[in-house]
Write a new protein. Structure first.
Length: 182
C-alpha cells in the first residue's frame, strides 16, 4: 500500500507537467460555469473600471465605477449598455462579446490555433470571427483568462484586463435581466 501511494505521488506531477498549455487552458474553461472579476477597460485611451460576472453561455453583467452609473448586461441574446443619460440595445451576435461569452466556441477556437507566449507572462490566442479580430490572454502561471482585445462596435480598439477572479460562485437569479429604459 505504501509503495502504491509513493508511486502515485511521483506520477501526479509527471502527468500534470506532460499536459500542454492548451490542454490545461481548455480543461480550466470546461470546468467554469461562471466567473466574477474586477476589470479595467481601455478604449482609445479612455480607461474605465468596474466589476463583472460572466455566466456561460453568453451572459454578462458589468457595473462600472463611474458617475453615470454605467452598466452592461447581456441575457444571451441582446446586449444593453445603460447610463444615467442613455440606453443602448444591440443584438449580441453583432458584437465581439458574442464570441468571448461563448465558452464552447472559445474551446473550439483555442483547440485549432497556436498559442503565443508573450514575455513569459501571458499566453495569447488570436483568431478572426465575423470580420472581428479577437485576442484572448491567459496568465502563464495560473492559466486563467485575464483579458481580451477586440475592436468594439464603433471599430475602436478595446482592451480589457481582468483581476481578482473567482469562479463558479452562486449567482442571483435575475442578474442578467435586461434593465428597463430610462
Amino acid at each position: 500500500m505504501k509503495k502504491i501511494f509513493i508511486l502515485l505521488i511521483f506520477l501526479i506531477p509527471i502527468n500534470k507537467a506532460s499536459a500542454s498549455i492548451k490542454e490545461i487552458i481548455i480543461q480550466k474553461l470546461v470546468n467554469i460555469d461562471n466567473i466574477n472579476f474586477e476589470f479595467e477597460q481601455n478604449i482609445n485611451n479612455k480607461i474605465e473600471s468596474g466589476k463583472c460576472t460572466i455566466q456561460y453561455p453568453k451572459k454578462i453583467y458589468c457595473k462600472y465605477n463611474s458617475d453615470n452609473k454605467k452598466i452592461l448586461v447581456s441575457n444571451g441574446r441582446s446586449l444593453v449598455i445603460k447610463t444615467l443619460s442613455g440606453y443602448y440595445l444591440y443584438p449580441l451576435n453583432k458584437t465581439p462579446l458574442d464570441v468571448i461569452l461563448d465558452k464552447n466556441y472559445l474551446i473550439n477556437k483555442i483547440s485549432n490555433v497556436e498559442e503565443r507566449i508573450v514575455d513569459k507572462k501571458f499566453i495569447n490566442y488570436n483568431f478572426f470571427e465575423n470580420d472581428n479580430e479577437i485576442n484572448l490572454f491567459f496568465d502563464a502561471k495560473t492559466h486563467n483568462l485575464i483579458g481580451w482585445q477586440t475592436l468594439d462596435l464603433y471599430q475602436n480598439l478595446s482592451i480589457t484586463y481582468l483581476s481578482s477572479i473567482t469562479k463558479n460562485q452562486k449567482l442571483k437569479k435575475d442578474l442578467f435581466k435586461l434593465p428597463e429604459r430610462n
